[in-house]
Design a protein around this ligand. Structure first.
Ligand SMILES: Cc1cc2nc3c(=O)[nH]c(=O)nc-3n(C[C@H](O)[C@H](O)[C@H](O)COP(=O)(O)OP(=O)(O)OC[C@H]3O[C@@H](n4cnc5c(N)ncnc54)[C@H](O)[C@@H]3O)c2cc1C
Length: 600
């Protein structure tokens, strides 16, 4: 029989919390939290994405925001039961604020709140038209000159951006811009997505030809329209491109392909952007109230500068420009870098009969895909998880409920187990000279991703080629210079080369703001991504959340969106609600707007 005791504990606590909050008794509410507590709020109390760490920060936030927020109706979420294990009681919860409905998650330790997640599900009076409220589609009855769905859609496409201005412009129509566009469409926020490539999905199609998603299908669903049950575990890049193209069409997004944003500027007086775009060779000026840069966190290429690049006679390009191996058969290639792209490209070159050398300057974290799937992701994102009733929405929220400050503590045991399981594999790689790491604090891949967005390879086969010498390796060295036909390394080695690929990663997304808006605005918003963990490439101070992503920035009406498919799906919900609230004139006082500690 189901043990209902945890339900009693959670309900009692929620009742007490609800009463204290309703009465404005901040101290009584704070008393319900553990000393080492974390309250992560996605937009409900703070109109921000923010984690309050410890009682003092909870107290400060409540003092500033409680009166405005007016939270009520705290209870265990409908249809859910609390559970208890290892001294922790946890539960899905629901609540309301003055303007929104919220859903969340709570963990209790010794009868007090240890972690609390509060997220905005919908704005009251502005709910998405679903279920009983879905559109009729057909218009029954008779009417002269009535318009069909197709005619209405064509009229919208013809008007928007010309005779009628969009409320929001999203620059970048990769999966990030598309997912956000879909959410805004459902919320009836007039939006145009600007994309310089011709077709939705091209940003994947144009990547090197061997690329398949590194994350499994359960992690990759888009909002509203999950992949079918026969979709491959690791989607090939052109297949995901086709899915995005189909999705853009059926979700009725206003997607301007073959359109490049040339310039954008904000008028602080009229609170309006002027966005100059080149559409099919013609200039169009858009005047949205909100501007979202969804231009890709893995898109602003870091191209190194080495002496002699200008005299090198072979082909040389950044990994993002690499066309694939076909024309390099029987030639010699040098790939600079040792992370995901470098490995994928080296393996594809080797398969095509190219003599390839990888140049590794510093350590890389490697994790075998199978191990990552089984030990890292399976409990939330896997077929087993689906079979045991886990939904994508719940998996995303459980993940979101783990505060960043202590997330590494949950990750370290996972990567220790992976190290043990794959000890032989790691030994062979080291024997081949490969320089390994497991993250500065051994917390592995996901923390590296959140902190610096780089520094790892999810092994789908290339590591074996490195270990057995098929892919040649020069490690612990840097490039000194290029000659007409070779790469000279810092240890004096000369590597003859017909092709040099710079798999040297990507820069901060505020670089896009510098290109399209101004250096001043780029510096005003500062670095995008990272947590301030004071680990390699993620300088402190601690910021508690990812810098500038999906939340207000220091530049009014400028937003950054993106990340992997999981983040893009999950956080597009909260970004779309922030935009919708602004469009509807709902007050959105931002609590704890981040300070800028780094420029880029
Ligand atoms: C090799 C590689 C493998 C990856 N594997 C995975 C994976 O397995 N799973 C995963 O989730 N993520 C993966 N990623 C991360 C991946 O970049 C993102 O998931 C995804 O592409 C991000 O989508 P996005 O829409 O944010 O950016 P992008 O897909 O980069 O899209 C940005 C778009 O902005 C457009 N743009 C830029 N400037 C302008 C302008 N001025 N005007 C108009 N348009 C403009 C670009 O043309 C581009 O289409 C991988 C990345 C790389 C490089």
């Amino acid at each position: 029989m189901l043990d209902k005791a945890p339900n009693g504990k959670v309900s009692n606590l929620l009742n007490t919390l609800g009463k204290a909050l309703a009465a404005g008794e901040v101290e009584n509410a704070v008393d319900l939290f553990q000393t080492d507590c974390y309250w992560r709020d996605l937009v409900t109390f703070t109109w921000n994405i923010k984690t309050m760490e410890g009682k003092e920060q909870v107290r400060d936030m409540l003092k500033a925001r409680l009166a405005d927020t007016k939270p009520t109706n705290w209870k265990i979420a409908d249809g859910e039961d609390a559970s208890e294990a290892d001294g922790i009681t946890e539960s899905w919860i629901q609540f309301e604020t003055g303007v929104a409905r919220g859903f969340g998650h709570m963990r209790l330790k010794d009868g007090r709140i240890w972690t609390l997640l509060t997220t905005m599900s919908e704005l009251k009076g502005h709910e998405e038209p679903v279920g009983f409220d879905r559109p009729m589609g057909a218009k029954h009855g008779s009417e002269r000159n009535r318009k069909t769905w197709k005619e209405e859609r064509e009229a919208e496409v013809a008007e928007l951006g010309y005779s009628r201005q969009p409320y929001c412009v999203i620059i970048g129509g990769g999966q990030g811009g598309i997912a956000l566009g879909a959410r805004l469409r459902q919320l009836n926020v007039p939006t145009i997505i600007i994309e310089k490539n011709e077709r939705p999905g091209d940003s994947w199609r144009k990547r090197y030809k061997s690329l398949c998603l590194h994350d499994p299908v359960w992690y990759d669903h888009l909002p509203y329209l999950p992949f079918p049950r026969n979709w491959p575990v690791f989607s090939p890049k052109d297949k995901i491109g086709d899915w995005l193209e189909m999705y853009t069409k059926v979700m009725e997004l206003n997607y301007w392909g073959s359109t490049e944003c040339k310039k954008a500027s904000y008028d602080e007086k009229s609170h309006e952007w002027t966005v100059v775009v080149q559409r099919d060779g013609r200039e169009v000026v858009l005047k949205p109230k909100q501007l979202v840069l969804a231009t890709g966190m893995s898109a602003k290429a870091n191209m190194p500068k080495f002496e002699g690049m200008e005299i090198f006679k072979g082909d040389q390009h950044h990994s993002s420009q690499h066309p694939g191996p076909d024309k390099y058969k029987n030639k010699k290639a040098v790939v600079i870098g040792s992370n995901n792209s470098a490995h994928d490209i080296c393996a594809a070159l080797w398969e095509a009969g190219v003599d390839v050398t990888m140049v590794q300057r510093s350590t890389t974290h490697i994790v075998k895909s199978d191990s990552l799937m089984e030990l890292g992701l399976a409990s939330l994102y896997s077929e087993q998880a689906v079979q045991s009733g886990m939904t994508t929405a719940k998996a995303d929220l459980i993940f979101a409920s783990l505060p960043y400050k202590i997330l590494h503590e949950f990750q370290i045991p996972v990567y220790n187990a992976i190290r043990e399981r794959d000890a032989e594999f790691y030994k062979r790689l080291e024997k081949a000279g490969f320089l390994l790491d497991y993250g500065d604090d051994d917390s592995g891949l996901f923390m590296k991703y959140l902190r610096r967005g780089s520094g790892y390879y999810i092994d789908v086969g290339a590591s074996e080629l490195v270990a057995n010498g098929s892919i040649k390796l020069k490690s612990g060295v840097d490039v000194k210079r290029l000659t007409e036909h070779s790469v000279i390394l810092s240890d004096g080695t000369e590597l003859p080369a017909d092709l040099v690929v710079y798999a040297t990663g990507y820069g901060s997304m505020n670089g896009w703001a510098a290109d399209m808006i101004s250096r001043e605005v780029a510096d005003k918003v500062g670095k995008v991504w990272g947590l301030g963990s004071a680990t390699t490439k993620d300088p402190g101070p601690w910021e508690g959340e990812q810098r500038n992503m999906w939340k207000p920035t220091q530049q009014d009406a400028l937003w950054f969106h993106g990340g992997n498919l999981h983040q893009s799906r999950h956080y597009s919900q909260f970004l779309s609600l922030q935009l919708k609230a602004r469009m509807e004139g709902i007050p959105t006082p931002v609590y704890g707007l981040q300070k800028v500690n780094h420029l880029g």
